[in-house]
Ligand binder design. Structure first.
Ligand SMILES: Cc1ncc(COP(=O)(O)O)c(C=O)c1O
Length: 384
C-alpha cells in the first residue's frame, strides 16, 4: 500500500528507507517552520521575549498539551525529553534507604542508568521484573508484575507504557492500578505514547507521567511533558534549579536558565499536524500497518517470533530474530543495524535485550509497503 501522506512533508533523506520513526520521531517541515518563527520572535527582541512574552507562551502551549493528554494544566510542565523528566522525578522523590524500586526487564536503558545513579545515592534496592519471553501477552506481563509486587513490596514503581526495543503496548491502566493498590508511588514512562496510543493522565491515576512529544506527535526535538499528581507537586524540582525555586511547578520548570525552548512552543504545531493527518484515525492506520508488517515479517523471516500478541501492537512491529542472525549480543545487534544501513540503506533498530535480538519496524504516514519489502530483501541477503 502507498503512504498515507507524501514523504515530502518531512525532510527525510530520499535515499534512506526509514523504518525507525520510534527512536527520535521525524519532524515535519511545517512544524520546523513554526519553531523557526518562535526563534525569530526571540531574536527580534531577546529581552522582551524572555521577560514579557515567554512565560505566557510556555503556559499556553502547556495548556494545549495538557488538554490533549487529559491532564490538569497546572500540573503539567515541559521538559526536554523523557530522560530529563525521569531524572527530575528520581532526583526529587524522597524514599527511605533500602526502599525497593521496581522497574521492568524491558526498561529503557537511559532510565535504567538513571535508576542506577539515583538509587545508588539514595541507597534504594532497584529490582527488575522479568517479563516473559516473546511473544508477550497481557496476562503474562500482569502475572509477572503481580508476583513482583507481592514479593518485593516496592515504594516506587517505574513502568513503561510502550516498551522500547520490543515496541509493545503494555496494559498500563491495570499495571498502575495494581501498583497503586499496594501503596507504591508510580512513575509512568510514556515516552512513546503521545500520538501513538490513547492517553488520559487523570484517568490513569499515576503520580507522574512523562511523555515525549517529539516522537509520535511530530513536535520538534526537545519537547516532552511531565504531568504531576497534586500531592507530588511540592516535592518535585527540575534537574536544573533556577530563579523559580519553590515558587510552584510552572515557575521552576518553565525557566531553567537562558536557552532556546522553541521546541516546546512549537509542540502544539506538532499536534495540529498530527490532527491534519487524522489524529485518532492516523493512530488506527499506523496500528493496522504495524499489524500487517509484523505478519509479513513473521512469514518472510524463517524462525522469527512476533514480540507480542496482536492486541498489544501499537504503531511498532517487532520480532525476535532467529539464531541464523548470530549469537545475541550488543555487538551483534549493532553490527546487524550497521550492515542494514550501510549495505542496504535501511534504517531500522536492532536491539539486544533479555538474551535476544529484537528488530523493530515503525509504521507511520510516510511509510509504504515497499519500504518493508526492502527490509525483507536485505534480511534475506544477510543470511546468504
Ligand atoms: C521507553 C522509553 N523511555 C525513555 C526514552 C528516552 O527518550 P528521550 O531520549 O527522548 O529522553 C525512550 C526513547 O526512545 C523510550 O523508548
Amino acid at each position: 500500500m502507498s503512504a498515507l501522506a507524501p514523504r515530502a512533508l518531512w525532510s527525510l533523506d530520499e535515499d534512506v528507507c526509514f523504518l525507525n520513526h520510534g527512536s527520535f520521531g521525524a519532524t515535519p517541515r511545517s512544524v520546523m517552520a513554526a519553531q523557526r518563527r518562535f526563534q525569530d520572535q526571540l531574536e527580534a527582541e531577546p529581552v522582551r521575549f524572555f521577560v514579557r512574552e515567554l512565560p505566557g507562551l510556555v503556559r499556553a502551549a502547556a495548556a494545549e498539551i495538557a488538554a490533549f493528554v487529559g491532564a490538569d494544566p497546572e500540573g503539567l510542565v515541559f521538559v526536554d525529553n523523557a530522560t530529563t523528566g525521569v531524572n527530575a522525578v528520581l532526583a526529587s522523590v524522597r524514599l527511605p534507604r533500602d526502599a525497593v524500586v521496581l522497574c521492568l526487564s524491558h526498561v529503557y536503558n537511559a532510565v535504567a542508568q538513571s535508576l542506577h545513579h539515583h538509587g545508588g545515592r539514595g541507597g534504594w534496592r532497584v529490582v527488575h521484573v522479568n517479563l516473559p519471553r516473546a511473544p508477550l501477552t497481557e496476562i503474562g506481563v500482569l502475572s509477572a508484575f503481580d508476583a513482583a509486587l507481592a514479593r518485593h513490596k516496592p515504594s516506587l514503581v517505574v513502568v513503561d507504557h510502550i516498551v522500547s526495543a520490543a515496541g509493545v503496548v503494555l496494559p498500563i491502566d491495570a499495571l498502575v492500578r495494581r501498583a497503586k493498590a499496594t501503596g507504591a508511588r508510580v512513575l509512568v514512562d510514556a515516552a512513546h505514547t503521545p500520538g501513538q496510543a490513547r492517553l488520559n493522565v487523570r484517568e490513569l491515576g499515576a503520580d507522574w507521567v512523562v511523555g515525549n512529544l517529539h516522537k509520535w506527535l511530530f513536535a520538534p526535538k526537545g519537547a516532552a511533558f511531565l504531568a504531576v499528581a497534586p500531592d507530588q507537586r511540592a516535592e518535585l524540582h527540575p534537574t536544573v534549579i533556577s530563579h523559580g525555586y519553590r515558587q510552584g511547578l510552572a515557575a521552576e520548570f518553565d525557566f531553567t536558565g537562558t536557552r532556546d525552548v522553541s521546541a516546546w512552543l512549537a509542540a502544539p504545531a506538532g499536534l495540529t499536524f498530527w490532527r491534519s493527518l487524522g489524529g485518532e484515525a492516523l493512530m488506527a492506520a499506523n496500528q493496522a500497518q504495524a499489524r500487517r508488517f509484523r505478519q509479513r515479517l513473521v512469514e518472510a523471516v524463517p524462525g522469527a517470533v512476533a514480540a507480542c500478541e496482536e492486541a498489544m501492537v501499537g504503531a511498532m512491529a517487532a520480532i525476535v530474530l532467529p539464531a541464523a542472525f548470530g549469537e545475541p549480543s550488543f555487538a551483534r545487534a549493532l553490527a546487524l543495524h550497521d550492515r542494514l544501513f550501510d549495505e542496504f540503506g535501511v534504517e531500522v533498530p536492532v536491539s539486544f535485550l533479555d538474551g535476544a535480538l529484537w528488530l523493530r519496524v515503525s509504521a507511520q504516514a510516510y511509510v509504504e509497503d515497499a519500504d518493508l519489502e526492502r527490509l525483507i530483501n536485505a534480511l534475506g541477503q544477510l543470511l546468504r
